[in-house]
Each structure stands twice: as C-alpha cells, then as structure tokens.
Design a protein around this ligand. Sequence first.
Ligand code: EPU
Length: 426
Amino acid sequence: MDKLRITGGRTLHGEVTISGAKNAALPELCAALLTSEPVILNNVPRLRDVATMRQLLDNMGVQTQTHGDRGGITLQAADPIQAEAPYELVKTMRASVLVLGPLLARFGHARVSLPGGCAIGSRPVDQHIKGMQAMGAEIVVEHGYMVARLPVGKTRLHGARIATDMVTVTGTENFLMAAALAEGETLLENAAQEPEIGDLAEMLIAMGAKIEGHGTSRIHIQGVERLHGCTHQVVADRIETGTFLCAVAATGGDVVLRHGRADHLDAVIDKLRDAGAEIEAGKDAGGDFIRVRATGRMKAQSFRTTEYPGFPTDMQAQFMVLNCIAEGTSKVTETIFENRFMHVNELVRLGAHIQVDGKVAVVEGISRLSGATVMATDLRASASLVIAGLVAEGETIVDRIYHLDRGYDQMEEKLRGIGADIERVK
Ligand code: EPU
C-alpha cells in the first residue's frame, strides 16, 4: 500500500494548476446516460473515483474514450444499456447512486445497490428514493438493491414538486437529471446550491434541458422528450483550491492557484483572511487565478460547516490543521456529517491539542506539530494529514493514501512543484 513521506518545515512558492472538480465530474459522467449521442467532457480530473465511475458506465455498455492531455473523455450511451450498478462498485464510491436518476429517466428502469454507511457517517439515500417516487417511479429495496421501474403502460417519469427533508447535493443532482427528461414541470425546493449543481445544470442545458433557478434553492425544470450530445468543461475544483489555500496559510509562502475560483470559496477565503493570509483573486490571460501569501503565525478561527454558500464540510479537516498551529483557541462545529472528526486522533498523534464533544471540536493552538506516522481514514481527512505533515517538525508518514488518490489529482506532484518535501513510497 502506498504511503507519503513528508519532511515538514518548508514554505511553499510558485504556481499550481487546479484540476476539474471531482464532485462536478462524477454527476456529469452520469449525465451522458441521458442521451444516445456522444457527450464530450473536458477538464475531467485524473482520480480513482473518476476511474471507478467510468468502470461503472463501461459495465453498463457506455462507450468511453479518453482524448488529449487535458482530461478529455467522450462518452456515448447508445441503446441498449445494462441498467445496473453492482454492489462491488457502489460500495467503493457512494456517488454511484447518481446513475439512478438518468437510468430511470431514459430507460424506465434501474437496479442500483444501496451504498450503505461510510467512514464519515451513515449517509442514507432515502431522499433520492422519495424524489424518484414523487416523479412516478416504483421502487422496492430487495437484496440490498434499489429496484426501480416505471408503472406498466408508462414510458416516462412525470414532473413533480420535490421538497427534500434536508439539503442534499447528489439528491439534487439525481432529481435534475431525472426531471430533465420527465414529462411536465418539476420544482425542486430546498435544492442544494453548490457550484457543482450549477455546473451540471449548465451541461444539461447545453444538452437541450430547460432549467431555471440553479444556484438558488428553487430550481424549475421543464422536461423535454430527448436530450442531445454536448461538449462541456468541468468547473475548477473548489475543494482542491481550498486545500492548497490552507496548505500555504499553514506553511507560509506565496503561491498562485491557476484556474482557482475565489467566487466559489467565499466562506473559506473570508476565514483565511481573518486568520491573516493575504488573498487576491482575479483574471488574466491564463484565466481565473488566486494568489495567497502568508507570513508568520495565523490567528485561530472558529467556524461551523453548513451547506453552500456556508463553510464546506469538505474543508473542515484541512482548516482545522491551520487552527492547530494558530494563535488562540477555536471551535469547529460539524453540522453535515455525524462522524467527520476522524482526523482528530491522528492530528493529536502529531501533537495537536483538540477535544471533541459531539459535533464540536475545540482546538487549542500550539506553536508546532511534530512528525509521526499517521493513517488516512477518508479523503478530506487525508488531505488534512498531508497539510499537517508539511508543517510538522521532522518526518511524517501518511499511510493508506488510496483515500487521497480518490479525490486529489496528483497532489504530491503539485506540492513538490511548489517546494514541498514530499514523496510517495511503496
Ligand atoms: N442525507 C440523508 N438522506 C439522503 C441524502 C442525504 O439523510 O437521501 C443526509 C446525509 O447523510 C448528510 C446530509 O444529508 O448528513 C447531506 O448529504 P448530501 O446528500 O448533501 O451529501 P452527498 O450528496 O452524499 C456530496 C459530496 C460530498 C460532500 C457532501 C456535502 C459528491 C459526490 N459528494 O455528498 O463530498 O461532503 O455533498 O457537501 O458530490 C468529498 O468530496 O469528500 C465528499 C464527501
């Protein structure tokens, strides 16, 4: 199993190119199921989760092909399709549930494994099921699978008003894709507003869908009979961007993040500025960029994770590292997932002072961490341990980095490129 060996203490300088967003690319790969025509995605990040999604689509009979060196993938889902997502793939990646909406909408049936719990929480899919039922699908859960079909005599889902009990990102994405091909109008209330939803909606519109209100909590979709192919550029990964911002704020240095979208990270950037980092965002001939400069010790910042545009749960672990070595005591409250403090025990092994009580972690800033062997437990926890390794005195070994490979495109190469002492060991 691969590990990362990091020698801490270096400041970071130079430029990093931010990749396409994992959590936009995954639903967008699934959106190719909505049409028999070719769909071209560009700027798809090179990640294990993308490879898993591709394997899932390949298994169904979707033709997929990579092209160019800029993350191009062409997908074509001609009839017939094996409309099934098996447990072996779904258990490794919950986002597989994103095939449910498109399969039902285009083929009228789907058999998708229930994902089960995962490291960060129980993560049920009850809202996905309720929404599809509201659009007319009949769904039974048997042998661990959601078996969904249209009633006898029906060939399309129908539009519906769907108000979910909580804001759900992949739920909103499943409903968007299903409603795009449903008969009549769908109104999504309490919809997620994450930039990845907006990016998926733009892609669907380019395929001929009629969608309004994406980026707000009320989305209207007027279903159409068929969608066509399109070419779409995956939006920049705001969590990768935020992870690099935190890394530079923690280590000190001066780094430009090419393609980074500051407008998708307001909550994190505000906190980083309050902590003492200098952040400047703009556009030049190369497109969007963010420059981050940090000198001296940062000031600890309390925050609470919430849905977009609030502070993202996917940035909680990385920002907590900054608080571990900042001046002052901070309170970090996790409201989205019930078990997303698994990095805490590992950070404590590096010397951090953190006390967890339910949803709240109280972090007392200390002047330095000291290197040790730590174990990655999930994707964002892994990223936080890498940042901790960059600031810790001496050597840190991060074990089980397959989690990191699921969602960060060449993280250690990018960090090495800006001066980090980091290498992968087998
Ligand atoms: N929830 C339910 N029932 C449902 C759906 C959600 O109870 O049917 C609960 C969840 O258990 C959770 C909350 O609602 O407590 C929000 O979950 P959401 O559905 O929004 O999460 P998700 O769609 O499964 C996506 C991202 C996650 C990110 C969350 C929150 C993708 C592929 N995944 O998950 O990303 O943390 O939204 O922003 O988009 C990551 O990239 O590391 C990651 C975990």
